[in-house]
Ligand binder design. Sequence first.
Ligand code: HEM
Length: 510
Amino acid sequence: MTLVSSVLENFKAKATGTLVIIVLYFVAYAVRNIYFHPLSKYPGPKLWAATRFRYLLSIWSGNLHTDVQQLHQRYGEIVRVAPDEISFARPDAWHDVYSNAPGHPAFPKSKLWHGQAPGRPMSILNALDRNSHSRFRRAMEPGFTERALRFQEPLIQTYTDMLITALDKFVSQSSDGAVINVVQWFGFTIFDLIGDLAFGESFECLGNSKFHPWVALIFNSLKAATLAASLRYYPSIDWLLRLAIPKSVMQKQKEHWQLAVDKVNRRLNTEKERPDIISMIKLDENRVDGISIPELQATASVIIVAGSETTVSVLTGMTNYLVRNPKVLARLTAEIRSTFKLEKDMSLSALKEVPYLNAVIQEGLRLCNPTPVGLPRIVPPGGGTVCGHQLPEGTFVNVHPLALSRSPEMFHDPHGFHPERWLNIDPRFSGDKHEAVQTFGVGPRSCIGKPLAWAEMRLVLARMVWRFELQMADTEAGRVEWDDQKVFSVVQRKPFEVRLNLREGVPSIS
Ligand code: HEM
C-alpha cells in the first residue's frame, strides 16, 4: 500500500512538474510573440498575436473570412492576425504582394498551403519555384487565350443550350413555373463543360440530372484539404492528422486520382482533333518547352476544380443578388431582350459589348468572391516590402478580399448590389476604388481562366434572363443570404432555389 501510494505520489509530482513546465513554456512563448516579436508593432488582438490557435479555430469554424474582416474594421487596414502573419486591406498591397516589379519579384507561395502531395506529380498550383511555374504558364497559355476561346465557343454554347433546354422542360410542365436549385444546375453545366475542355469528355451531370461521383468528391476534399493544410502550422502534430484520416478516405482519394489519370490518358489516345484546352497545352517529357504527361494529369484536375467551384459560386451569388434586387434584374432582363431578338444571336463576342450585363458581373465578382479569405503568400529570404512596411523573411502575408470589397472607404454603400458603380456615370459612386477588387488575382499567378470564366458567366446569365422570368422562391432554400455561408478556402455553397417562369410570348423548346 505504502509502495503504491509513494509511486502514485511520485507520478503526480512529475506530472505536475511537466504540466507547469509546459504552461510556463506557452506563457513565455505567448509573451514573446505579443511583446518582443519583430511584428509586435503591428495592431491586432493579443489573443491572435500570442499563438496560431485563435487563427486555426477561425479556419476550422469556416469563419476566417468574416473574423478577419471584423479585425480590419476594428484595427485598420494592416492587422496582425497570427504571430507571423499580417493581413492587408489596402489596394496597393495587391501589386506589392502578388506582382513582379523590378527588384521586387512577386512573393512566393508557401509549402504549407501549396506543397506537393507525396507521390503526386507537380501541377500548376504547386509549382512553387518561379522557373517551374513559368514553364507551366507558357505551356498552358495557348489553351486560355481569347483566340482559344473562339475555338471553344461551340462547346460552351452546347452546354449552355443543354442547361436552358433542361430548365425549359421543368418550367413548361406547370403554369406556375418551377422552383430550381441553381447551385445544382449551374454546377451540372459548368462541370460538364470544364470536364469536356480539360479531359475531353463531359461528366454527364446535365444528362443524368446529378453530380458524377468524381465531382461530388471535390466538395468534401476541398474542406478536408483546408483543414489538413491548417494543421501543418504545427508539423509536430501533423502525424496525428494522418492517423485520424480513415483508410476509406485515402482509398477514395486514390480512386479520384486514378480516374483523372485514366481520363487524361483516354483523351491523349484519341486521334480526333477537338477544340478543347487539353489539345492546346504544350507537352514535353523533358520538361523544357512544355509539361510532362504526369504534370498534365495533375494539372487537368486542377483546371476542373479551379474552373468550376469559382464560376459556379459567382453565377449563384449573382443570381441570389438579382432576385433580391428586382429593379436590377428588370434592367438586365430588358437590356438582354432588347439587344438580342433571338437566343442564337448571343455569341460570346456580342455579349462582350453589353454594358449592363458586364456591370452586373463586375458587381457579382465584388460581392460573391469565391475565395474571400484571400491567397496567402510568404515574404522571401532577405525580407520584403508591402505598402511601405519592411517585413522579415518567412512572414505570412495576405491581402484580404472581403475586407476590401465591403469597406465603406473603398465603395459607396459597400453591401448594396449596384452594378451602376462600374459604369462610371452615377455620381454616387464616383469615389469608388475599383482597383480594390481583384477577384481573379494579380501578377504571374493570377487566374489563367479569366477569359473563359467571363464568357461562361455572360452566356449563362444572359440566356437565363432572355428565356425565363426569375423570382425569389418562397422556400427555405430560396431565402439563403449569400453572406451567410461558411468558407473553407472556397465558399461552401448552400442550396439556393429560384422560381422560374417561361417568358411571355416565347414558345417552349420542349
Ligand atoms: C469566376 C471564376 C474564377 C475566379 C474568381 C477565379 C479566381 C482565381 C484566382 C484568384 C486565382 C489565383 C490563385 C492564387 O494566386 O493563388 C486563380 C488561379 C487559377 N485559376 Fe481561376 N478563377 C476563376 C475561373 C477559372 C476558370 C474558368 C479556370 C479554368 C478553366 C481557372 C483556372 C485557374 C488556374 C489553372 C489557376 C492557377 C494559375 C497559376 O497558378 O498560374 N479559373 N483563379
